[in-house]
Design a protein around this ligand. Structure first.
Ligand SMILES: O=C(O)CCC(=O)C(=O)O
Length: 212
């Protein structure tokens, strides 16, 4: 049976308080992609280290007041890019607006993110199941934008071993979760080889959070 049977075509409820907004980011695609390139040129993508000393599979950078970083000391938000000791690039207006509007579309009004983590996946790259728990206020939702080649988003429950739903994501899709699903485990299955006409062999993900 289709996971999203009997739903509106563009706004699909994944579980309570979690929505997939199909192709939602395409309305403002051009500025979004230009701003993405600009942010990456200011704060280049890099493979951060885990606490255990392994390089993360996705390459990452950030924009906004706070950036998510990982190194041998663990995960945290930092106002500065540890590679340069400079502030992260400002969050572009196209990013802010997309996050705020998408959150409202999913029922979370007045979301103003202060952190945008940018993940770049190449073929084979993945993100293991995890919870987003470094933020101060779990009443704030998470807005996650997919760009580039398709991927499979895994969305589970409140424990790591809960069954996960497998949600195919394509360029422009936005997933928003909060409320009862704010702390659900989620991840990305290894990226399959593919090519996007603008972004090439890569998938980019923008994850917006109110971290501080
Ligand atoms: O790439 C994605 O769609 C998910 C990213 C994610 O879960 C994260 O950055 O915490």
């Amino acid at each position: 049976m289709d996971l999203f049977e009997n739903m509106q075509p563009n706004k699909l409820e994944i579980v309570k308080d979690a929505y997939l907004l199909k192709r939602y980011a395409l309305a403002n695609e051009k500025p979004l992609l230009m701003d993405l390139a600009q942010v990456i040129s200011q704060a280049p993508l890099r493979h951060m280290m885990t606490k255990m000393g392994f390089a993360m599979s996705a390459a990452m950078t950030n924009c906004g007041e706070l950036g998510w970083v990982s190194d041998r000391q663990g995960y945290r938000y930092d106002m500065k890019d540890p590679a340069t000791n400079a502030a992260w690039p400002l969050m572009p207006v196209s990013f802010q607006q997309l996050a705020t509007f998408a959150a409202a579309e999913a029922g979370f009004d007045d979301f103003v993110p202060d952190a945008c983590l940018i993940n770049q996946y190449q073929v084979g790259a993945s993100m293991g199941l995890h919870q987003d728990k470094n933020e101060l206020d779990f009443n704030q939702p998470i807005v996650s934008v997919s760009l580039g080649v398709p991927a499979v988003f895994q969305f589970g429950g409140l424990t790591r071993t809960d069954k996960t739903l497998k949600i195919p994501l394509v360029h422009g899709d936005v997933v928003v979760w909060g409320g009862q699903s704010r702390l659900n485990f989620h991840g990305i299955a290894p990226l399959k080889m593919n090519t996007h006409p603008i972004l090439g062999a890569y998938r980019y993900n923008l994850t917006f959070r109110k971290a501080g």
